[in-house]
Design a binder for this molecule. Structure first.
Ligand SMILES: [Mn+2]
Length: 445
């Protein structure tokens, strides 16, 4: 438990979950964008079978959670205007001692009404009748498809106009409040400190899964869990972007890449670090690492209020394209390396985006654009993004020629960054990324 307690000591106090007043304000802000003759239905994520009668752990739908704080299975919210005010109904499962004995406690109708910011709780048994009535008296239905089959049926059998509420909600979710930022800072701190412990414990003779267990154990010990399956890839595995088998042994001389983040009250952190298994980068590894780091720092510096979304990707790309030429990896002009539309030869080694929004979803809503054909989003205070350039030289790549000295190196460095008036705030700053810091830390347990 020593390493977990060290993390506890460095963490500080867990901030409170989002309060009811803030969620009521979200409901009002959402409803004020709707016509009063509509009903807006926000369903939950479905459950999924893992094996026979065993289910995957359920994760609430982020839109439903954003508007109501609901975190259980089932649970569907409906918003309508009653002539004076907007009302929120929540459909929930009633208390049932026999069923609860098997599947766990339920708040029931009374519990839901008392403990969630809603106007009425309704027995889920009545959802078809109740929603059908609401839909019949509305002119427009706001609805997200493919979450709840029963709700889909009610909506699709009506002949009403159906609209997607996500654009309205995404514009709200993309800007984080102080309470949300506090939760995200805590999620960032926990993941950062978990990465530090993995670096400290790392050594030869270990497996990728051991590093995974340190990181995820840290999350669990602090009543958190992974926000996405952890990636622990050493050597060539680091060059496979979504590798998460984490089943290889760590080898002397290899770099290991860990991409792991946790969730606090639904809010994600997302960190990647790449470090040498034996605590010392080789000369070629160091050259690639330095280049990715300079690119990442340029990406963070581009996180300026008023800049377009693409500014960050352009900043990282300029550094990488020039660096690949300087290292002799690309034998071409800078223009050829970069390409006309950031699609040049450097994309052989940096094939993903520079980052994404971060929030209730790890790849959070908002996107770079608000929709097809619409202008790019402009960076605004309260947005949280990741900056995560990388370079990958897979020895297994048959499509490009790679000098053996670079083969098997995969490096990505990822931080979570809050856009703020006075410049970018790196939420994941507790996780070291300078070469000297990393080399001092790895294997130092
Ligand atoms: Mn990411």
């Amino acid at each position: 438990m020593m390493m977990y307690e060290r993390v506890t000591a460095a963490l500080g106090e867990r901030p409170p979950a989002i309060g009811h007043a803030e969620m009521r304000q979200r409901q009002l802000d959402f409803c004020s964008e709707l016509p009063t003759d509509c009903v807006a239905i926000i369903a939950n994520n479905p459950t999924a079978i893992r094996s026979r009668d065993t289910h995957h752990r359920h994760r609430f739908n982020s839109y439903l959670h954003y508007l109501t704080g609901w975190h259980g299975e089932e649970g569907v919210a409906a918003f309508y205007f009653d002539g004076d005010d907007w009302k929120c109904h929540l459909y929930v499962q009633p208390r049932d001692v026999e069923k609860e004995t098997w599947t766990g406690r339920r708040p029931g109708l009374e519990g839901a009404l008392a403990n969630w910011p809603i106007d009425q709780s309704v027995d889920r048994e009545n959802i078809v009748n109740d929603l059908t009535k609401m839909v019949e008296s509305a002119a427009v239905i706001y609805h997200i498809e493919n979450l709840d089959e029963i709700v889909d049926d009610v909506v699709n059998t009506s002949a009403k106009e159906i609209r997607d509420p996500r654009k309205i909600l995404d514009n709200m979710r993309v800007i984080k409040s102080d309470a949300e930022i506090a939760l995200m800072q805590y999620a960032a701190d926990l993941a950062a400190l978990a990465h530090v412990e993995a670096m400290r414990e790392c050594g030869q003779g270990m497996g990728e899964w051991h590093l995974q267990s340190i990181i995820e154990g840290c999350f669990l010990y602090h009543q958190s869990e992974w926000a996405y399956p952890s990636i622990v890839g050493s050597g060539d595995n680091a060059t496979i972007l979504h590798y998460n088998e984490n089943s290889d042994s760590l080898h002397d001389g290899d770099v290991v890449l860990i991409d792991a983040g946790c969730e606090i009250d639904g809010y994600a952190s997302d960190i990647t670090r790449s470090f040498p298994v034996n605590g010392k980068f080789t000369a070629p590894q160091k050259q690639i690492y330095e280049l990715v780091l300079q690119s990442q720092i340029a990406g963070i510096e581009a996180c300026k209020v008023g800049s377009p979304w693409s500014a960050m990707h352009h900043a990282t790309s300029h550094v990488l394209a020039q660096g690949l030429i300087d290292l002799g990896i690309l034998d071409c002009t800078y223009e050829e390396a970069l390409g006309d539309n950031y699609n040049g030869l450097y994309r052989n080694f940096f094939m993903h985006g520079t980052g994404h929004f971060l929030g209730l979803d790890v790849h959070d809503v908002g996107g770079g654009r608000q929709g097809d054909g619409e202008p790019e989003r402009i960076l605004t205070p309260g947005m949280v993004v990741t900056i995560e350039p990388g370079l990958y030289f897979g020895a297994w790549r048959e499509d490009i020629e790679i000098d053996p000295k670079w083969a098997g190196i995969g490096i990505r460095i990822e931080d979570d960054v809050l856009i703020a008036e006075n410049g970018p705030v790196v939420l994941t700053a507790k996780c070291p990324k300078e070469i000297t810091e990393i080399e001092a830390l790895v294997g130092s347990k």
